[in-house]
Design a protein around this ligand. Structure first.
Ligand code: ADP
Length: 461
């Protein structure tokens, strides 16, 4: 029993529209470079947010530092004892709490009180292995992964909450001040010395171990990328005095939208989100969305092409019921009868399937995930090409090694996505330039990166 000719036609059409041949990838990389450059000059392009991170960790950082990480479903705290060039990271301790659902739509004070009390409890358990220098406050690197307008390394105004947060009273306020006030209410006397997002934290954390790191990318629920830019190449920071002459720029590349392949399924999903028309690159390549694009394709195949028999499984009409981890689980089924795919389709969607239907589902998953991974790769090449164009030889010069650090649940857990991304980078660069570029997975580097930035931006130096 083969799938209907209508379902087959929908699949063929989907593959054609989602194809990412080399010329298209080249166009995306080129447009990414152009939009980066435009955004640095306040022309219409990417946001290209200055982070005020001008000094990356050197390895000489010493002392006890804390990190706080708020960016998604979990709130994490960490302490690290740094021992300088020789001893490096002497000891670390982590703790993690999930954010109660009701706090995500509470008041600003309630959310920050929750964070500060978690921090206070963690600090109270500091023991013998950790030492603060006499006379110093404990300093914090605060990873806050929401759009923030910064004017210094240790302050930033929340533009808006994203990723399901709807906390009242924070937008337009300095989130470091919000945290300071909550810490005061909790009776803890600490100092936020660096405010960063997860991409910046990842870059700093990776750079600490490997000075060839030039950029960092987050591929999780959402996506972002940052890189090291010369101050002289940032027209919108004209007149800014800098000792290092460099600054990390947060590209906010999720907002990219030029020259991307788009299907009716992408457009319908976009229209149903809370931010229609925004974050198009993010909606094409990141974890929150890939599953729902696949669901929409399967729904059309079912309604118009009788996939899964005569009755449309009700659950298939529920937005976001099919997650990217489900696509990933199905794509790991290499059995002859695709038994695991069948079980997942039944458990998640209530759909009974035969072998050819399961094969069709896998082809849809592959088409959407392949497009996402390859476009993410093109974005990375766009960043590298921008850096190379401004500074010949910086990236692809003879014998150079340029590392891109990647973190996030999508990249970490989805082997096919990872392979598509890496293949796309290789295809775009060609074998010679590829030899200069290393794509590296760094896990949980963002917290330690934030602590390191608190150290390199310490007030006691
Ligand atoms: P966040 O981006 O929310 O800070 P993570 O980096 O941990 O958190 O990413 C979580 C995202 O990673 C999930 O939303 C999901 O899309 C994706 N993900 C998690 N596990 C898997 C998996 N097994 N396969 C594919 N994607 C996964």
């Amino acid at each position: 029993s083969d799938v209907s000719s209508t379902a087959t036609r929908i699949l063929t059409e989907l593959k054609r529209e989602c194809a990412t041949p080399l010329p298209l990838l080249q166009q995306v990389a080129k447009t990414m470079s152009d939009d980066m450059r435009a955004g640095l000059g306040l022309k219409p392009g990417l946001p290209m947010i200055p982070t005020y991170v001008e000094n990356l960790p050197t390895g000489n950082e010493k002392g006890l530092f804390y990190a706080l990480d708020l960016g998604g479903t979990n709130f994490r705290v960490m302490r690290v004892q740094l021992g300088g060039k020789d001893e490096r990271v002497i000891d670390t301790e982590f703790d993690q709490v999930s954010i109660p659902q009701d706090l995500m739509s509470a008041t600003s004070q309630e959310l920050f009180d929750f964070i500060a009390s978690g921090l206070a409890e963690f600090v109270s358990k500091e023991d013998g292995g950790f030492h603060i220098s006499p006379g110093r406050k404990r300093e914090i690197g605060f990873t806050f992964s929401f759009p923030v307008k910064q004017t210094s390394i240790d302050s930033g105004i929340l533009i808006k909450w994203t990723k399901g947060f709807a906390v009242s009273g924070t937008a337009g306020r300095d989130v470091v001040a919000c945290l300071n006030e909550a810490m005061e209410r909790q009776g803890i006397d600490m100092r936020v010395s660096a405010l960063v997002n997860d991409a910046v934290g990842t870059l700093a954390g990776a750079e600490y171990w490997d000075s060839d790191v030039v950029a960092a990318v987050i591929l999780g629920t959402g996506t972002n990328a940052c890189y090291v830019e010369k101050i002289s190449a940032i027209p919108k920071l004209q007149g800014h005095a800098s000792s290092s002459g460099k600054m990390i720029i947060s590209t906010e590349w999720g907002a990219f939208s030029n020259s991307l392949p788009s299907t009716e399924f992408d457009r319908e999903m976009d229209a149903a989100t809370i931010n229609p028309g925004e974050q198009i690159f993010e909606k094409t390549i990141s974890g929150l969305y890939l599953g729902d694009i696949v669901r929409r394709v399967l729904l059309k195949m079912t309604e118009e092409g009788g996939l899964f028999g005569r009755f449309v499984p009700q659950k298939l009409s529920t937005p976001f019921i099919l997650g990217t981890p489900d696509l990933c689980a199905m794509q790991q089924d290499y059995s002859g009868d695709l038994h695991a795919v069948g079980s997942l389709l039944y458990d998640i969607l209530g759909a009974e399937s035969n072998l050819s239907e399961r094969k069709t589902v896998l082809e849809v998953c592959e088409t959407i995930v392949r497009r996402g991974g390859r476009l993410a790769g093109a974005g990375i090449v766009g960043i590298l090409q921008k850096m190379e164009e401004d500074d010949r030889g910086l990236i692809f010069g003879n014998g150079n090694r340029s590392v891109v650090a990647i973190d996030g649940g999508l990249y970490e857990n989805y082997p096919q996505y990872r392979t598509y991304l890496q293949d796309s980078v290789k295809e775009l660069l060609g074998s010679e330039k590829s030899n200069n570029v290393v794509i590296e997975h760094t896990k949980d580097g963002s917290s330690i990166g934030a602590a390191l930035l608190a150290a390199s931006n310490s007030i006691y130096q």
